[in-house]
Design a protein around this ligand. Structure first.
Ligand SMILES: [Zn+2]
Length: 520
């Protein structure tokens, strides 16, 4: 069986469409040209993992893979088109469907689609009514070539422009499963699925044009992601105590999946909040919340907004358009989750403004066109690579000065506003609560705190907190955060009072704000 498709890969400083051809036949050999053999092998194991959530296994066949033009270094750029070829070989989609289409994005081990390439959102004029199509004409940064796809699949996260639809023929997907469903519909000539915009994705509803039933997109739980007990525990505590979380780890270890799943921990919005949110979504020219999902209207589902760094300060905080204020991701995430991927990649003004709105929960937008003010207090989860190469400390290939320059992008005042700092990617432990138990726990703690509940401190905990902050001369903001997190930890472990072990656990997750991050 022969399958071909297109993938986006970097060719020197630019991105170019790359043709992938796969021949599958009887046997168990892997032959590769146009890509390092080792890279193809690791791609194979990543795709094998991503197929599992679809209930599929890697086909027991010999593969001949040819990539033109050849790609060097990071072949993970081609994971998505390769995975689609494997779906065709498994008979899940038709090979003819793949031949004319292109795809990109980075594929998580849980089958999620993340936002690669980084510049994708910048290809769209912010706020233009008719976004340029990828072919033709080509956006800047993509080498012109006579060949290339005329339609295809892009990750929702790479889109990340509230209110801007993908160009005609291009579909934004959250996972490999969604890619498969989209391709099936294309092949049948059935109605095109409505693309999921980043506003309510991934747990919001998507209209199912065929059956009229609403379907849930994206993974609603984090059960599919093994281990990461520490991250899951502290994301739950963060959701319950409304404390911002920063996830640190190499690409592809599930930071985005964890963050998107955490959105499911948040309780539904109350009436007034839901109304306010609907008003803002209207201002941002997003679709009205008229869909139903298991009896909950979209407006009651807390928003999940995952803007892309390329959207810059305007995308994050808002702008004026045709004389009207347009809320940015921060205001649109009110009552829900604001997920900031690639925190270091945001322009400095955006990162610094973020610091202010996280402190004051108010944003005044003064522009030549006028002034306006938004109040918002979304729960913020951010993710970052530990350095440019993204590898763990022992495998990092970055020169020390580059690593330090990269890390200095996250200033001390900014890091202090993300008191929960968790490393993701090499933690095999399991959290002490299941997904559903975590969800119920978050709701219970939020109710208790809303009615003024607070835990008492033991004398040992008090003295531990004091000696840790004095002995390490940390800022008052960090000391206060440690106290709040210690309470969250005590509640998580069902203690009726805060003990010194809770203080130490809280202290451990504030490690980046204490200097080690910049000097490492
Ligand atoms: Zn590195």
């Amino acid at each position: 069986m022969y399958v071909s498709t297109w993938g986006l890969a970097s060719a020197g400083p630019v991105l170019a469409w790359t043709k992938l051809e796969v021949r599958a036949e009887r046997g168990a050999l892997l032959r590769v040209s146009g890509m390092p053999f080792r890279a193809a092998q690791t791609a194979q194991s990543r795709i094998r993992a991503a197929l599992a959530p679809l209930g599929l296994r890697w086909p027991g066949k010999s593969f001949t893979l040819n990539v033109r033009p050849p790609v060097g270094g990071d072949a993970s750029q081609l994971d998505v088109p390769l995975a689609l070829c494997v779906l065709a070989i498994l008979g899940e989609v038709r090979p003819a469907t793949l031949a004319t289409m292109g795809s990109c994005g980075s594929l998580g081990l849980d089958g999620s689609l993340a936002g690669w390439p980084d510049g994708l959102a910048a290809w769209f004029e912010h706020g233009t009514a008719t976004p340029p199509v990828l072919h033709p004409p080509r956006p800047e940064g993509v080498t012109p070539s006579h060949d290339g796809p005329t339609w295809g699949i892009l990750p929702v996260a790479a889109w990340a422009h509230p209110g801007v639809s993908p160009p005609d023929g291009w579909h934004a997907c959250n996972s490999l499963a969604e890619c498969r469903d989209t391709l099936k519909r294309e092949a049948w000539g059935g109605p095109r699925p409505t693309s999921v915009l980043p506003g309510p994705a991934p747990s919001a509803t998507v209209p199912d044009l065929e059956g009229g039933n609403a379907t849930k997109s994206g993974s609603a739980t984090w059960d599919a992601l093994h281990g990461e007990g520490l991250a899951k525990t502290w994301l739950s505590i963060g959701a319950a105590m409304h404390e911002p979380v920063l996830l640190v780890g190499p690409p592809g270890v599930g930071k985005t999946s964890l963050a998107f799943a955490s959105h499911g921990l948040l309780p539904s919005l109350e009436g007034a909040e839901a109304l306010e949110l609907a008003r803002r979504r209207q201002q941002a020219n997003m679709s009205p919340p008229a869909l139903h999902n298991h009896g909950t209207t979209l407006a009651q589902t807390p928003p999940l907004v995952a803007p892309h760094p390329a959207g810059g300060t305007a995308g994050l905080l808002g702008s004026w358009r045709r004389g009207l204020p347009v809320p940015g991701a921060w205001a649109l995430a009110h009552g829900g989750l604001l997920f900031l991927d690639e925190l270091t990649e945001w322009p400095r003004p955006a990162r610094e403004s973020l610091r202010h709105v996280m402190e004051r929960h108010v944003l005044d937008l003064h522009r030549a066109e006028g002034a306006c003010r938004w109040h918002a207090n979304p729960w913020i989860v951010a993710a970052t690579n530990p350095c440019r190469c993204g590898q763990r400390a022992e495998r990092c290939v970055c020169p020390a000065h580059e690593r330090h320059a990269y890390r200095r992008k996250l200033s001390a005042p900014l890091l202090e506003r993300f008191p929960i700092q968790v490393e993701v990617g090499h933690d095999a432990s399991r959290p002490s609560r299941t997904w559903q138990e975590s969800r119920d726990w978050v709701a219970a703690i939020r109710r208790d705190r809303a009615s003024g509940g607070a835990l008492p401190w033991t004398a040992e905990a008090e003295s531990e907190a004091q000696s840790l902050s004095q002995g390490n001369s940390c800022s008052r903001r960090v000391s206060r955060a440690v106290r709040r997190l210690a309470e969250g930890h005590a509640r998580w472990t069902n203690r009726a009072e805060i003990h010194d072990v809770d203080v130490r656990a809280a202290w451990d997750v504030t490690w980046m704000a204490r200097g080690g991050w910049w000097q490492d």
